[in-house]
Design a protein around this ligand. Sequence first.
Ligand SMILES: *Cc1c(COP(=O)(O)O)cnc(C)c1O
Length: 391
Amino acid sequence: MNKKSKDLKDSSFGTKAIHAGFHHDTTTGAVMPPVYLTSTYAQTSPGVPVGSYEYSRTANPTRDVLQATLAALENGKYGLCFSSGCAAFNTLLQTLKPNDHVIISDDVYGGTLRLLQKVFAQWGIRYTQCDMTNVSQFQESYTEQTKLIWLETPSNPLLKIIDIATISEINKKQKQNVLVAVDNTFATPYLQNPLDLGADIVCHSTTKYIGGHSDIIGGALIVNDKALAEQLYFLQNATGAVPSPMDCFLLIRSIKTLHVRMQAHCSNAMHIAEYLSSHAKIKKVIYPGLNTHPQHALAKKQMRNFGGMISVVMTGNQVNAISFLQKLRIFTLAESLGGVESLIEHPALMTHAAIPADHRQKIGIEESMVRISVGIEDVKDLMDDLDQALR
Ligand SMILES: *Cc1c(COP(=O)(O)O)cnc(C)c1O
């Protein structure tokens, strides 16, 4: 069984990433947690299980290690893992009741918007989208029924930075009991800890940087409040979107290098953002680490570094952007992000194609915009590849 590491609350990130959920197996000494590929667990008498487990939808020891690790990295008390990021958000929304209202930031992940628009709207959950970098617009979005604030920072694909502390502070002054949830997928716990900034819930698509190798679909919620955690554990079991023990194991393995990977992503992204900023074929580079970014100062305050995502508006039109994408040799033209390999995509034709063109235009997703997930290859090779494709 799992010998937990002693309290690592004061340890730094890398130590927690490697040791927080598991130290070693007390029966064999194994330094990696076993993959408990079992659906059920023996009982010694009806209702008296051998250990604390009964059935793997409810709980599984490998999943417990992952949940404890993620909670530790987000400085939270309770972690819950799901079979996808959407399943995590879905479970959170199931805490709401008909007529409840959600405020969400305006360029949220498309799948998040789709859940509200096409699934939960049928059950009477209403929502308002607003630009949360604009505090008065945010304050005007509250209704008597507001129960949840949902924000993503940095946002996708415009990499807007929302002030988590300010939003949480404004929210606490409301008399209603409204929770603030932050989708921390782009930043990861290595760069930003929303619970420390006043948020109530952190959400992850572990498919992205936490998984880091483009081979898993997964999600997570991390909270501090015991009653909320119990409600979410109930829903996790009752609705059943749990990850497999093997996926949990792979995520535990991935997390051990999260800090090293993130340092490389950030460093490569900074080099590439600077390089592209001075390129004649590039109209605009959006990267929170550049001082041309409108919320650069806030990013510096709120995040420990600026992440691996860059959005770029090219000169010319959509045809020029497509031709550039097709000439790249190392960057893979693909949706998703956060893996060790560099990916590039065209938001208007790919990840954000479901957003009506006029709304895309209005919020700034231009037809010649490409989004880059900078990987951890050697940066010189990445720059050479961009250079030849821009020629
Ligand atoms: C990918 C993603 C999601 C959805 O996660 P899945 O694991 O694909 O279900 C949610 N939010 C953000 C910011 C994402 O990038």
